[in-house]
Design a protein around this ligand. Structure first.
Ligand SMILES: Cc1cc2nc3c(=O)[nH]c(=O)nc-3n(C[C@H](O)[C@H](O)[C@H](O)COP(=O)(O)O)c2cc1C
Length: 211
């Protein structure tokens, strides 16, 4: 009996270890300052050259806040969201691992350790971009609505457009380069993120300091 109890305890602790989440709280984002909007809009463009320089945690915090952070007490975001249905998740592929951005808690959760930036597609510059942001729409967020899937996916693309433009403007304001990519390795990213059939990758964006 004691042996069975010990075995069960060991199995339970092993299970809890393998599912232990590694969550990193990001420093509070800067909500003032930065480049004037008109200057950032004027500088925004796509550029495909990156230096393999990692972002500081503060830079990552600011980038994620400006891209898809929560800017109001009611949980709404810096980008507009149809019906307030939060169907978008931003995944961050950086040198040390893949992380999921938790906007309400302004934290990142480690999904997989290791450098998987090059796994997001074929151009070699993506392996040097400080971050490759992967935008994922979760159709399950729309479970209470009766809209057809193609309409829901349209809303997801609209959300993605607003998100990626925010990231472009932030990159421009920092003097970094950025490019969005509609061509990406859907299968490889899906496997790495363990996405289900209701989760759709809408776009990937490479961002980081210039060479
Ligand atoms: C929806 C979308 C998908 C894109 N996909 C790619 C892509 O797969 N590869 C790439 O190099 N650029 C891609 N781009 C970047 C465009 O080529 C780029 O925005 C265009 O050349 C205009 O340049 P600009 O961003 O400097 O105005 C994409 C842009 C958009 C809006």
């Amino acid at each position: 009996m004691r042996k069975i109890f010990l075995t069960l305890t060991l199995l339970a602790s092993l299970a809890s270890c393998s599912y232990a989440k590694v969550i990193e709280k990001l420093p509070a984002p800067n909500k003032t300052g930065g480049m004037p909007l008109h200057e950032a809009v004027t500088l925004r463009h796509s550029e495909r050259e990156f230096s393999d320089v990692e972002l500081t945690l503060q830079e990552l915090s600011d980038l994620l806040y400006v891209t898809a952070g929560v800017n109001r007490d009611n949980g709404l975001r810096v980008h507009p969201v149809g019906k307030g249905i939060q169907d978008m998740t931003v995944y961050v592929f950086k040198k040390d691992g893949i992380y999921k951005f938790d906007a309400p808690n302004h934290s990142i959760e480690l999904i997989i350790e290791g450098d998987h930036r090059q796994d997001t597609g074929t151009p070699t510059y993506i392996g040097r971009a400080a971050v490759n942001l992967v935008y994922v729409q979760d159709l399950k967020a729309w479970a209470s609505e009766t809209k057809p899937q193609n309409e829901i996916e349209r809303w997801g693309f609209a959300h993605t457009g607003a998100i990626m433009q925010n990231a472009y403007l932030f990159a421009a304001s920092k003097g970094w380069n950025a490019v969005v990519r509609g061509s990406f390795d859907d299968g490889k990213i899906r496997r790495l993120l363990d996405l289900n059939e209701k989760q759709k990758i809408t776009l990937v964006q490479s961002i980081g300091p210039r060479p």
